[in-house]
Design a protein around this ligand. Structure first.
Ligand code: SF4
Length: 188
């Protein structure tokens, strides 16, 4: 991965994403854009342009990760186990997010207007500087996206401090899916 090509200071976008959640949790739905952009750029450029130049999370990891004495990649990275876990986590999370949002919209389930980390760890609601009248399912959806982004950012930061800044990129579901899309593209 080309670390030199990453535009500087993009980490502000990641920090702004989490800060915007305090203004209104509805901004958390920008996560959809973060997930779509890498694939839009990949389809246009036929390479991982997002990862190479524009990823705000990679920029944050470069800024916050361990500076020196990088540790060797652990076995759960080199044997691909964590990558497989993360892709399952990502897929299941999107399934739960979609399913629970539909259930809330149909009135069959109570909305969960609070952050949950790693699908299961219940945290708290965010203070809201802007009061927007939004349907409950949208509030629920926003908190699910916020929780998903917070969980993976937290894990990426912990790994970056223990091992090396961008070790997360070896297991990132967006990176893994981009690689698969590129392989598919080259075969056709
Ligand atoms: S692998 Fe993931 S975190 Fe790393 S640059 Fe790509 S999208 Fe960003």
């Amino acid at each position: 991965m080309n670390r030199k090509g990453l535009l500087p200071n993009l980490f502000f976008i990641t920090l702004a994403y989490f800060a915007l959640g305090i203004i209104s949790i509805l901004f958390a739905n920008l996560a959809l854009l973060c997930m779509a952009l890498p694939f839009i750029l990949l389809a246009k450029a036929k390479k991982k342009l997002w990862c190479q130049s524009y990823c705000p999370r990679a920029s944050l990891l470069n800024a916050a990760g361990r500076r020196k004495n990088w540790r060797k990649n652990p076995a759960f990275i080199t044997n691909g186990r964590l990558r497989r876990i993360m892709i399952w986590y990502f897929g299941l999370n999107l399934l739960f997010i979609t399913g629970s949002t539909v259930q809330v919209a149909l009135g069959r389930m109570e909305a969960m207007p609070y952050i949950r980390l790693f699908i299961a760890i219940e945290l708290f609601s965010l203070p809201q500087l802007l009061t927007v009248q939004a349907p409950l399912f949208l509030i629920h959806l926003s908190y699910r996206f916020y929780g998903m982004m917070a969980s993976t950012t937290l894990l990426a930061l912990v790994l970056s401090r223990i091992y090396r800044p961008r070790i997360w990129c070896a297991v990132c579901p967006i990176g893994t899916l981009s690689d698969s899309a590129l392989r598919l593209e080259r075969r056709t």
